[in-house]
Design a protein around this ligand. Structure first.
Ligand SMILES: NC(=O)c1ccc[n+]([C@@H]2O[C@H](COP(=O)([O-])OP(=O)(O)OC[C@H]3O[C@@H](n4cnc5c(N)ncnc54)[C@H](OP(=O)(O)O)[C@@H]3O)[C@@H](O)[C@H]2O)c1
Length: 307
């Protein structure tokens, strides 16, 4: 099978190779899928650059959809050919960006949810849910989602609204109207952001969730809330430590929240939740997807079409 992977750490375009490799064998409790679609995220590039070092070669591609093609010992409730989606483990010699992938955790892909939209869900939903939970977002609060044009931020807006929070979002032009249609109050993320958000909120907001690509936004978010403990980032860990802001990610706050993916897959199948997809690329065209993602302006999920 073909798999996208790296043999040494470095910049993704330098170290990634599309290679013919042995298909993985599902262990006890695992399934293997014939991959149909694989979402790409900034975490893939961080893996290439040495986040979570381990044995090499290692695969990339942390979120997938496909059909079950092998079932490990002890697995029940799933049959060969079933359509599923979920997060792909990323410590092996291949991961989700390959023709076959093993999964530890999976969810049925319901009719109405196509393979591409399913593969776009796991990373954005898990990260947003974990961050909002750690922050304690609940009904009646006003929450700022900073960088709601990211896939994580776009998910966070929908999840916070479902919880009954008032949501103010910062975003570029790409999804500003779509975010307003969802029920958020939207302003852009450029100069003067804190003043604009405070004016919309009529004072400090209760909580702020930062999902922006690295852009030194945390001091502004502290100004928005008046308290660094009311801000949580999933991106800028060094600045968070310096400012007393909370963070969720490796070594940070929040419980891994993959358990909610089935519910969000169901909502997506019913047209009540979505992660926007910006581009679909055949596996062989992976370089174009890397370049677009690395530009910082993917404007939605980038998905490899496989199988
Ligand atoms: N800690 C964790 O567990 C964890 C897990 C997953 C992801 N992350 C991090 O979360 C962030 C978002 O991930 P993602 O995959 O959702 O990103 P993404 O979709 O690739 O983000 C790209 C989007 O960011 C927006 N953007 C660019 N510059 C911005 C700025 N200065 N301020 C605000 N928005 C800006 C742009 O949208 P516009 O159209 O609005 O300009 C762009 O389309 C990444 O930094 C990622 O590394 C962390």
């Amino acid at each position: 099978m073909r798999a996208l992977r790296f043999h040494q750490h470095g910049a993704p375009l330098d170290v990634l190779r599309l290679e013919d490799v042995q298909p993985p064998t599902p262990g006890p409790g695992q399934i293997r899928i014939a991959v149909q679609a694989c979402g790409l995220t900034p975490a893939d590039w961080a893996l290439c650059e040495g986040l979570f070092p381990g044995d090499l070669p290692r695969g990339i591609g942390l979120e997938v959809s496909g059909t079950v093609d092998a079932i490990g010992d002890g697995v029940t409730g799933v049959d060969l050919g079933d359509p599923v989606f979920g997060p792909a483990p990323f410590t092996g010699p291949s991961a989700g960006a390959s023709e076959q992938a093993v999964l530890d955790v999976w969810f049925p892909r319901r009719p109405g949810l196509d393979p591409v939209d399913a593969a776009a869900l796991p990373m954005a939903v898990e990260t947003a849910y974990r961050g909002l939970d750690a922050l304690g977002v609940a009904a009646g609060q006003t929450v700022l989602v900073h960088a709601a044009g990211t896939t994580v931020g776009y998910a966070a807006v929908q999840i916070a609204l479902r919880r009954g929070a008032r949501v103010i979002a910062t975003a570029g032009k790409t999804y500003a109207e779509a975010l307003r249609d969802l029920g958020a109050e939207v302003t852009d993320y450029g100069d003067g952001m804190a003043d604009r958000v405070r004016a919309l909120a009529g004072g400090p907001v209760d909580l702020a969730f930062d999902t922006a690509p690295p852009s030194n936004a945390l001091p502004e978010l502290v100004r928005v809330t008046d308290d660094p403990k009311h801000v949580l980032t999933v991106v800028d860990f060094p600045a968070a430590k310096e400012l007393g802001v909370r963070f969720s990610g490796p070594g940070g706050e929040g419980a891994i929240s993959t358990h909610v993916l089935g519910d969000y897959g169901q909502l997506a199948a019913e047209g009540r939740f979505s992660i926007p997809v910006a581009g679909k690329f055949p596996l062989a065209d992976w370089r174009a997807a890397v370049e677009l993602s690395r530009s910082g302006h993917a404007r939605g999920k980038l998905v490899l079409l496989i199988g």
